[in-house]
Design a protein around this ligand. Sequence first.
Ligand SMILES: CC(C)(COP(=O)(O)OP(=O)(O)OC[C@H]1O[C@@H](n2cnc3c(N)ncnc32)[C@H](O)[C@@H]1OP(=O)(O)O)[C@@H](O)C(=O)NCCC(=O)NCCS
Length: 338
Amino acid sequence: MLTPNPPPTCVSSIIGTGSYMPEKILTNDDLSKFVETSDEWITSRTGIRERRIAADDQATSDLAAEAARRAMTAAGVQPEEIDLIVIATVTPDMLFPSTACFVQKKIGANNAVCFDISAACSGFLYALQIARHFLNAGTRTTALVIGAEKLSTLINWRDRNTCVLFGDGAGAVVIRAVEPGVAAPGRVLSTVMGSDGTLTDVLKVPGGGSACPITSDNIASRPNTIHMEGRETFKHAVTRMCQASEQALAAAGLTKADIDMVIPHQANARIISAIADRLGLPMEKTFMNLDKYGNTSAATIPVALDEAHRQGKIKRGDVVLLVAFGGGFTWASSVVRW
Ligand SMILES: CC(C)(COP(=O)(O)OP(=O)(O)OC[C@H]1O[C@@H](n2cnc3c(N)ncnc32)[C@H](O)[C@@H]1OP(=O)(O)O)[C@@H](O)C(=O)NCCC(=O)NCCS
């Protein structure tokens, strides 16, 4: 649905958040029954205690649709008011149609233009920026931006280096175009993004695409699962997320002293505390829920944002810094005046 007379420029405001986490819990002790690991190792190296696993009959679009419904309820928005759906995922229902089209059907958002984007764990902030450009240009009015993953389908449950880290879940926001000068909470003040394609080999799912289709000859080596160099990923994650945070603050005309809450990508508690340390922020200003969910890739930031809001940890007027890092490598950061 195009606006009949698009205003020259608008600003984008987050007017509702929602999340959905599958019911099934997989604890560190459960994992230690099928790989050589322990609750003590996983907790001390990552901060993760348990993660959620979607049911066999739940696809990524089912998780995403429930998160979207909750965000629309919070925003007081009807499905037909949504004119754009952007989903960030690396676990689409199918290679095509897009997961966004499946969500459109499930929630009845019949007036929306729908597509997916692929930027791994930075995907939600990439999607937010894409949707924001549509809204700020005045060509769309109300968007659903969703990060949703069923990462359990990409896990090699025999690889202790990776299987302990990831989980399933979905988070969503509704963003709306607001005319400049109109007071609106949840205003996205800035977003910066970056990519480094020279490091594609460090964190990847090598098989299942056009470069390495799955065949009966290669399936035994599990190319369709996550392959990661953990230490290398850790190092780049800290550096890039700190840089992106500083750039997003500068783009918003703010400094570290203005931050009320950081909502970082939830990959590893040690990565998050290294970032807080480098930004000179106390841990109380850093939201973490990875102990319950692990790394849900594109879903971590919208899920954490929704929980921080519902728990009253961010209040109207607060400066909230969102920051992510993922395979590619990719990274991004947004500053929001809540
Ligand atoms: C994966 C990660 C937790 C590993 O922690 P680490 O301190 O770097 O550990 P190392 O890779 O040095 O491995 C140390 C040892 O633990 C072992 N190990 C790995 N996973 C283990 C597990 N689940 N349980 C027990 N031992 C494990 C390794 O085999 C290694 O053993 P070795 O010394 O005998 O070879 C850490 O590197 C990390 O979090 N990296 C970033 C991952 C990430 O965030 N990915 C997503 C980004 S979006």
